[in-house]
Design a protein around this ligand. Structure first.
Ligand SMILES: [Zn+2]
Length: 547
């Protein structure tokens, strides 16, 4: 799962499900889904989340070993290699690291220069391409940095940001419909809107939510511990690079409060206005210098692709794509003397289920073909999936749907499932039927403010017009003595993107098996249907990214 906050990590909160009794399990005697076993899933998980994989950082030996393992499993299952080079599609990546010693943030106010301290007061990322950046400019506060005239909202009306640094909060207005909020809250959308108006730098401010779940102690601990990455196009350019933006920083709340003092708006007034979805943009009347140096390295890291060939000659060149990210966060800042970020749930679990889903389809291929892809560098910004979506090894038009697996939590006997994204297309009915058949209830997205639909690899496919869904367990436990929400929130706060997301986490294996079976049923339903899935008429994402 990719963090929701810029330059940060965390979150996905979970609201309790409806508390209904689970639907009865429908027996399915003659289906290949019976090949899914706890033992197989557990064996993959044990390999992928082992300390020896060192947290599977893209480009590192631990990830390479994991990639070889997945390819080996695909081979054993009799899949067809679907990469560019056998099982692999090598993704070229720029790996870059901020030179922390070089970071400069100076506030120029009232004739006085105040030099702030990296980590104590601010953090910043590196530049994807340039070795050195330095700029000094006025700062303009721009709310969320969102311009959405079709919703009657703009943070840019009435302010001139040409040649200026824009200061903005994470996320997008809570008053937006949730699809629009997901789209407008993305860093990519915000960067484009800022540079269209001539902005040259971005300062990120912490919302209350971000402050609550990503306290500055954690920001400090993790700052600079991992490389940033960008994938490289066939013409050698860094993808999603906005050279117009020459500097960026994130301020602690305390520092932001000091800097806003005496300007037309106080920090707390600004933050309250965003909470109320009210634009309150204004020049702040002071300047800031931002400077940094960045070191770059070009590396590659593979996606792993295997295909189960469909049985219907008419449909076998169409694909249902199952994806799961294989990478995690590598070695980082120690917590309780443990510096290996194993990512057992995130996403050794999803990768293990991907392999077992492949076992099901290999045992009994459907009419359409099924493409399985373990992607790299999701944690660095959905990079492996985005690369594949741009340079697919099968034609884009031939991909009829994407089913993504990312961080399914089986911390208790799971009674319900959230299916992100299915409501946008004809997949909705398919998904509900499939999960009911495994005894799960469908729960609507209980946390639209988390914008999860754009925060994992399915969004790379959605941006190419492919209908997608991404299932995660809901918060209802079949055990009435377990408060599912509390258990999941505890995981999010204390284990998500932490070294303790490791093999010591509890797993309800029966839930893992049923969840895998449910995901496989979705693929069968799509792959055997005469018609391919369709976006709903007038759907926001369907229209935005129409093929
Ligand atoms: Zn993650």
């Amino acid at each position: 799962m990719n963090p929701s906050f810029p330059a940060a990590a965390l979150t996905l909160f979970l609201v309790v499900g409806c508390g209904k009794e689970p639907a009865p399990v429908v027996a399915d005697r003659d289906s290949a889904i019976d090949v899914v076993t706890k033992q197989n899933i557990e064996a993959h998980l044990a390999f992928l989340a082992d300390d020896a994989r060192e947290g599977r950082m893209a480009g590192e030996p631990g990830y390479e070993a994991a990639a070889q393992y997945v390819a080996g499993q695909f081979a054993e299952l009799g899949l067809e290699p679907g990469g560019e080079d056998g099982w692999f599609q090598q993704v070229p990546l720029i790996s870059y690291r901020l030179d922390e010693e070089s970071t400069v943030l100076i506030a120029h106010r009232d004739g006085k220069d105040t030099r702030l301290q990296y980590k104590e007061h601010f953090t910043m990322g590196g530049d994807k391409v340039r070795e050195e950046n330095s700029l000094r400019a006025e700062v303009v506060y721009v709310g969320f940095g969102v311009h959405a005239p079709e919703i009657g909202y703009s943070d840019y009306d009435g302010v001139d940001v040409e040649g200026k640094i824009v200061a903005m909060f994470d996320n997008a207005p809570g008053s937006f419909p949730h699809n629009e909020r997901a789209f407008y809250s993305s860093g990519r959308t915000k960067a484009k809107q800022a540079i269209e108006r001539g902005a040259i730098g971005v300062i990120t401010l912490m919302s209350k939510r971000m402050e609550e779940y990503y306290p500055w102690e954690r920001v400090k601990r993790e700052a600079g511990t991992r490389p940033g990455m960008a994938w490289v196009t066939l013409t050698g350019e860094a993808a999603d690079y906005y050279p117009e933006l020459r500097g960026s920083a994130m301020l602690s709340v305390e520092v932001a409060r000091d800097l806003f003092a005496g300007t037309p708006i106080s920090f707390d007034e600004a933050r309250e206005a965003t909470e109320a979805s009210m634009p309150a943009s204004t020049p702040l009347g002071f300047e800031v210098t931002l400077a940094r140096k960045t070191k770059h390295e070009v590396i590659t890291s593979p996606n792993i692709v295997g295909i189960v060939r469909g049985t219907d000659p008419e449909l076998a060149d169409e694909y249902v794509v199952y994806s799961a990210h294989l990478d995690h966060n590598g070695i980082g800042a120690p917590v309780d003397d443990d510096n290996i970020y194993n990512g057992a749930y995130d996403n050794a679990m999803g990768s293990s289920l991907l392999i077992e889903t492949a076992r099901v389809f290999a045992a009994s291929p459907p009419r359409r073909s099924i493409l399985f892809i373990a992607v790299t560098a999701e944690e660095r910004g959905l990079l492996g999936s985005d690369y594949f979506a741009h340079y697919p090894t099968v034609p884009t038009e031939s991909m009829v749907a994407n089913v993504n697996l990312d961080m399914p939590l089986f911390l208790y006997p799971v009674a319900d499932i959230i299916a992100f994204g299915s409501e946008h297309s004809s997949l909705a009915g398919t998904v509900e039927t499939a999960i009911n058949a495994e005894g799960f209830e469908l729960t609507p997205d209980p946390m639209p403010e988390e914008n999860i639909f754009r925060r994992s690899d399915q969004y790379s496919f959605v941006r190419k017009g492919v209908p997608a869904t991404f299932l995660v367990p809901g918060y209802t436990s079949m055990d009435p003595d377990v408060d599912g929400e509390a258990v999941v929130v505890e995981h999010r706060k204390h284990h998500y993107h932490q070294p303790s997301d490791d093999l010591s986490r509890p797993v309800d294996w029966d839930s893992a098996v049923r969840f895998t079976r449910a995901n496989a049923r979705i693929g069968y339903a799509i792959a055997n249907d005469d018609a391919r899935p369709q976006w709903n008429e007038g759907d926001f994402f369907g229209e935005m990214f129409a093929r």
